[in-house]
Design a protein around this ligand. Structure first.
Ligand SMILES: [Zn+2]
Length: 197
């Protein structure tokens, strides 16, 4: 168990080091997630209900996506660790693909891996994710992409918690979170109660 933890910590350190080195050569500063509503107005393929596949040219993606989303989603970039507000978020709801709106993960499968990126142990459905081998940077990893628009999301590792023991390590910039309506209603009711006291 300690050996597993050690190798996990070593791996995290390695990834952070790689990203930091990459970051030194990158001209683009990490930008805060742009206003989701503005993005969606500009993006004609965004839908939380349409499951038909989206195939656009690189030029078309470049036009409709904010540069930070385009960089990760279409150029397989990696956001800097510990920069996504979703990494430590505990809100109840659903995480969608920020590129096309496809439902990807439920908040109850999210856990804090400590690795610097939002982590989940299970996707929302089998078809929500596409997998591909990734041997870049001298590592053997499995890339995960959106099942609808094939955007790069992150990687999956086999050191996650039960029941799947998988860790989907996802760039927060390509996620779009929506609170569960039921949970939101309960929360608002609670707020009203305490306001009336
Ligand atoms: Zn997508």
């Amino acid at each position: 168990m300690i050996a597993v933890m050690k190798s996990k910590i070593f791996y995290c350190a390695l990834v952070i080091f790689t990203i930091t080195v990459q970051g030194c050569y990158s001209q683009t500063a990490p930008t805060k997630k742009n206003n989701v509503m503005d993005n969606q107005k500009k993006n004609p393929v965004y839908s939380n209900t349409d499951t038909s596949k989206v195939v656009l040219s690189d030029d078309e993606w470049k036009k409709i996506l904010p540069s930070d989303v385009y960089n990760v989603a279409r150029q397989k970039g990696t956001e800097r660790p510990f920069t996504s507000a979703y990494e430590t978020s505990h809100e109840t709801g659903t995480y969608y693909c920020a590129v096309c709106g496809n439902a990807l993960f439920k908040s109850d499968t999210k856990f804090e891996s400590g690795c610097g990126w939002p982590s989940f142990y299970e996707p929302i459905s089998k078809s929500s994710i596409i997998y591909a081998p990734d041997d870049s940077y001298g590592m053997h990893r499995t890339e995960v992409m959106c099942g609808r628009c094939k955007s790069h999301l992150g990687h999956v590792f086999d050191d996650g918690p039960p029941p799947t023991h998988l860790r989907y390590c996802i760039n927060g910039v390509v996620l779009d979170f929506k609170k569960a309506q039921e949970a939101e209603k309960n929360y608002n009711a609670q707020q009203n109660k305490s306001d009336n006291k």
